[in-house]
Design a protein around this ligand. Structure first.
Ligand code: ADP
Length: 600
């Protein structure tokens, strides 16, 4: 390495171990130095920030002890490297910010591994290469925490200065003070971090349990995860049907500002990296160069060849996988710490509980809706039994009693009486039939048996039933396309509309125009039943299709009905993916039209 000023590659022949002694150290000088390193120790211990301590230590050593160069390297055991953390000095030019060197190389590596201080004379040869001018001496002092070396302090001084064993003691003492200061700072950070994590977990459980909406819970989870994982970006995947998923990418702007991109749809097969976490259902870390699952950064282009750690957290609700969260630590040498993995898993677990609750809540809501419907149906049924079924029964039993008690009076009218009894019975049967149809529709039991049908056949069928009651005119093109419908239901729809057209027209004006016009563009057949009956006012038209709605006027008051026919027809048409509407002119007649899909 060209700019290697730290004797990492020094040859053994360059090394001259200095063993000198001098009894002439003045007492004054001794106490001056003693005070000096005490002061350095005091300055270091006043900070509780690791980076700050490195900087303060290096600078204090450099200035107060008049050293030519001071640097501090921390050992990164995960990658077996020494990383330059702070430096100062008169002769060193540019050194990359994140200067790293293998732990197995050079004197620095040996010192780090053995944990033994070393002194090295800088040879003339190396002087020319690295230092500007003056000969010097290098000190390598291990910095330890609880006996384990975690950094190396590197000092360079003029060759005449600091060459006594006493000096080495001073340096070692300062190194051990750095160790104490760092240990304090780490403990402080840990306490702080634990407090922050507890705070986050408390907030999260409060936030998450406050919502029962799946998207809100997921969003909170993503935000909180990013807040507790520094230097990271995140992808939130929610599974959908047919191997599809929705993906939302999250990124940080600052500590408390997390943003997301709009959700996009992805096919899970495009992301094989999700297969393993999906199968194991465990949070796992894997190394990749990059992932399309995460927001892009400019830095990605630069480091795209360097693998970085990706954390996959599967989200399961009661054995069912509902999604995966992917988090990536930005930066080549960053990994997830045990604590971060723990916090992430805990957050995901809390979210899972909330998601489970949200699921239960939705089930309760659905059940509640169903109960409300059943309750409304029960009220309808009670209404029908108490009013509509009771009045024909009263008529029937009244006539029956009269026939029994006064056969002489009834003898002349027996045929009309029986006719009335039959008509009331039919009315009751129709009411029961309609009520059952409504309850089938509303309870969701109602199913369609869709076929490709010839509409004309069905129309002719219904017309044949009623041809003795009125005159039919057909407005139907010669080659009528087939429709996609349920035969029985379509028959029922037509029967109902034609029945009404006859029922609500004066006998002298019973004339019905049946038309069927295909609308190829919309893919629908428009079918209309037009009569010359009583007609309906504009204000009443919108209410016709409501349950139990009946028009009450002079013309209709003697006509029996349930008010359920058009409601049932509307539900049936809509089940076919169609629509129904009415046009009318009072005194002129009405036209009821509906559309249903053409066969494709
Ligand atoms: P019902 O015929 O049993 O009363 P419907 O739901 O079939 O119930 O019709 C609701 C109301 O709409 C009827 O009471 C009637 O007043 C009005 N109506 C339906 N069809 C026609 C029509 N072709 N002409 C005039 N009024 C109609």
């Amino acid at each position: 390495m060209e700019n290697d000023y730290y004797s990492l590659d020094a040859n053994d022949e360059d090394e001259i171990w200095v063993v000198e002694d001098d009894d002439s150290m003045l007492e004054a000088e001794l106490s001056k130095r003693f005070n000096l390193y005490n002061e350095i120790g005091r300055v270091m211990l006043s900070s509780l920030d690791e980076k700050d301590i490195y900087k303060v230590a290096v600078e204090a050593l450099h200035f107060s002890m008049e050293l030519r160069h001071v640097a501090l390297f921390q050992i990164d055991y995960q990658f077996n490297e020494l990383v330059l953390k702070a430096q100062t000095g008169e002769y060193v030019g540019f050194i990359p910010a994140n200067y790293r060197h293998g732990l197995a190389q050079g004197i620095m590596g040996k010192v780090a591994q053995a944990g033994q201080s070393q002194v090295l004379m800088v040879s003339k040869k190396r002087l020319q290469e690295a230092l500007v001018g003056k000969a010097g001496k290098e000190f390598y002092i291990p910095v330890k925490i609880e006996g384990q070396c975690f950094a190396v302090l590197y000092l360079v001084c003029a060759s005449a200065a600091y060459n006594k064993p006493f000096d080495m003691l001073v340096f070692e003492n300062i190194a051990s003070q750095i160790g104490v200061a760092i240990q304090n700072a780490r403990l402080f950070t840990e306490v702080n971090q634990t407090r922050k994590e507890l705070d986050t977990l408390l907030h999260v459980s409060r936030d998450l349990s406050a919502s029962l909406e799946l998207p809100i819970i997921m969003d909170h989870l993503a935000q909180r995860l990013l807040e507790s994982l520094p230097e990271s970006r995140l992808g939130l995947i929610q599974f959908k049907d047919a191997g599809l998923a929705s993906l939302r990418r999250y990124y940080r702007i600052s500590d408390n500002d997390v943003r997301s991109e709009p959700a996009v749809e992805i096919a899970l097969t495009d992301y094989p990296e999700l297969t393993h976490p999906q199968q194991t259902r465990q949070a796992t870390v894997a190394y990749h160069t990059d992932s399309q699952l995460l927001p892009r950064r400019i830095a990605d282009q630069v480091k795209s060849m360097e693998p970085t750690p990706f954390l996959y957290i599967p989200l399961n609700v009661q054995e069912r996988a509902i999604g995966i969260i992917v988090v990536n630590k930005v930066g080549i040498h960053h990994n997830f710490t045990e604590r971060e993995l723990g916090v992430s898993q805990t957050l995901a677990n809390i979210a899972t509980i909330s998601l489970h609750n949200a699921g239960l809540f939705r089930q309760i809501e659905a059940a509640n809706e169903q109960l409300k419907k059943l309750n409304a149906m029960k009220s309808d049924l009670l209404h029908i039994i108490s009013h509509d079924l009771k009045s024909p029964l009263t008529v029937i039993s009244g006539y029956a009693e009269l026939l029994l008690e006064r056969p002489d009076v009834m003898a002349a009218r027996w045929e009309a009486t029986l006719q009335e009894i039959i008509s009331q019975t039919q009315m009751m049967a129709k009411l029961i039939e309609d009520t059952l149809a409504v309850s089938r529709i509303e309870s969701g039991v109602f199913e369609l048996n869709l076929c490709d049908l010839n509409l004309l056949d069905i129309l002719d069928n219904v017309i044949a039933i009623h041809q003795h009651e009125c005159l039919f005119l057909k407005n139907i093109p010669a080659h009528l396309p087939r429709v996609r419908a349920d035969k029985l239901r379509l028959h029922e729809i037509l029967e109902n509309l034609i029945g009404n057209a006859i029922k609500y027209s004066d006998p002298g004006r019973r004339e019905i125009i049946v038309s069927a016009i295909p609308d190829h563009q919309a893919g629908k057949m428009v079918i209309s039943i037009q009569d010359r009956g009583f007609g309906i006012t504009a204000s009443e038209l919108p209410k016709l299709f409501s349950k139990f709605y009946r028009i009450k006027n002079d013309k209709t008051q003697r006509i029996s009905g349930t008010g359920l026919g058009l409601y049932i027809v509307k539900q049936m048409v809509e089940a076919h993916d169609g629509g129904i509407w009415a046009e009318s002119q009072l005194g002129e007649g009405s036209k009821f039209s509906f559309n249903i899909p053409l066969t494709r």
